[in-house]
Write a new protein. Structure first.
Ligand SMILES: C[S@@+](CC[C@H](N)C(=O)[O-])C[C@H]1O[C@@H](n2cnc3c(N)ncnc32)[C@H](O)[C@@H]1O
Length: 410
């Protein structure tokens, strides 16, 4: 098996200590291998409200292990320091929320938060970070822990995930090794049960979203991948052979004010007082394709899938920010259309748009400052990649747009 040619690497924060590089890879799509790093989390001591065995209710929820291309987990605190505390007006709009780590930090500074992403899986994952115990009583199921426990005890029930993303798929065509047959059948059973509870009116929207986020996190922990679902590994990694474990997460003690939408960013409405945070994709990696399996779990559907990786239709979510020729125009057009006057934009010097071009274009829209956030080491897997630059810097563009002039009426 030849080594995988890594095209480039982006910042991926994770706390999984097992190196994804310890296994030979089966490269399917153009894909990257991420460098394992550990996100440092400032955390208050957990406060247990209910009895032993209950998931803790906490003042500040610790960051869960979420591996995601372009996650800002390592710089989220720096970004929100620049944002500052809430002054009683406006919302923090995390318009490309991904894992939601930045919105979560903003909520801890008192901001009402809007999460938006065009991926259902991201919106569920981000929302779950701000859910408080009082938001999810799970009245008809005896509480959150009892609901999770019931799902955890379900027998596997072979369904779509089992058929398409476990070795069972060999019966119908290409063998896909994203999950073991046992874990895939359990994911199917749990996802089915959540849908059945929804249909029976047993769950509120937010309760369903929490359980789906728990299932996404659990599936991610046992997925046989090297960071994204752009390919699966040829050999089973040790984590993928573990049994899927759902487990309740710590929930917030204090309710956060937040909303979540799953819209194309160009359809997202903002208000003048809002602070809008933009963290668009920087490279050609289309998130809808790279996280297609998580998206299918979150949607709970059974789309027509194809190819070696069983890719679901994703082209309708192709992001203009992922095309070198369109990224700058798309970003400037988005910033110009946003009604909010304060816009914060994350960008990197290893991305489609050249920093100088971005600076020149954005400075025409308002007052602009650039903050350097961090320099992130790069994973260098081979000579070709080593020849490239050794580190990537992350920046935050802080833009104050001029107040729009009212037009004169004669
Ligand atoms: C760089 S990631 C955001 C990472 C996030 N800030 C975090 O810390 O996890 C970019 C996100 O933009 C989303 N996205 C890409 N194009 C989009 C679009 N046109 N509308 C809405 N979301 C989009 C992707 O699904 C992805 O989650």
């Amino acid at each position: 098996m030849p080594p995988v040619d890594v095209l480039s690497a982006e910042s991926v924060v994770e706390s999984n200590t097992e190196s994804p590089l310890s296994e030979p890879l089966l490269a399917m799509n153009q894909q990257e291998v991420q460098r394992p790093t550990t996100g440092r989390v400032m955390q208050k001591p957990l406060r247990l409200l209910s009895g032993p065995g209950a998931s803790p209710t906490v003042d500040r929820v610790p960051t869960r292990s979420i591996r995601y291309i372009g996650s800002k987990a390592r710089v989220a605190a720096q970004i929100t320091t620049i944002l500052g505390s809430w002054r009683g007006r406006g919302r923090f709009v995390d318009a490309f929320c991904g894992t939601g780590v930045v919105g979560r930090e903003a909520a801890d500074l008192g901001w009402p938060v809007v999460f938006n992403d065009h991926l259902v899986s991201s919106v569920a994952t981000a929302s779950a970070q701000l859910i408080a115990r009082a938001d999810v009583p799970f009245q008809r199921l005896g509480g959150y822990e009892a609901a999770v426990d019931r799902l955890e005890r379900l027998e596997g029930k072979p369904g779509f995930l089992w058929r398409e993303y476990s070795p069972a798929s060999a019966t119908w065509g290409a063998e896909r090794r994203y999950f073991t047959t046992e874990n895939a059948a359990r994911i199917d059973a749990i996802r089915d049960a959540i849908t059945a509870w929804q249909v029976a009116g047993v769950l509120s929207v937010i309760e369903a979203r929490l359980l789906i986020a728990d299932l996404l996190a659990a599936a991610n922990r046992v997925a046989n991948i090297a960071g994204t679902y752009g390919c699966f590994l040829r050999h089973w990694s040790s984590s993928s052979l573990r049994q899927l474990h759902l487990g309740p997460r710590p929930l917030r003690l204090n309710r956060a004010r937040f909303e979540a939408t799953c819209l194309d960013v160009f359809g997202l409405a903002t208000e003048e007082e809002d602070a809008v945070y933009l963290d668009p994709p920087y490279t050609k990696r289309q998130y809808a394709a790279y996280y297609h399996v998580l998206e299918t779990i979150a949607e709970g559907d059974a789309p027509g899938v194809g190819g070696i990786t069983g890719l679901r239709p994703w082209e309708h979510k192709a992001s203009p920010f992922c095309y070198k020729t369109r990224a700058l125009e798309a970003l400037v057009s988005l910033v110009t259309r946003i009604s909010a006057r304060r816009v914060l934009i994350s960008y990197s010097d290893d991305a489609h748009i050249k920093m100088g071009d971005l600076y020149s274009s954005l400075s025409l829209v308002g007052d602009l400052r650039i903050h350097e956030l961090a320099t992130i080491g790069r994973y260098r897997p081979n000579e070709q990649a080593s020849a490239k630059r050794a580190a990537v810097s992350e920046y935050l563009f802080e833009l104050h747009k001029a107040r729009s002039q009212p037009s004169c009426v004669q």
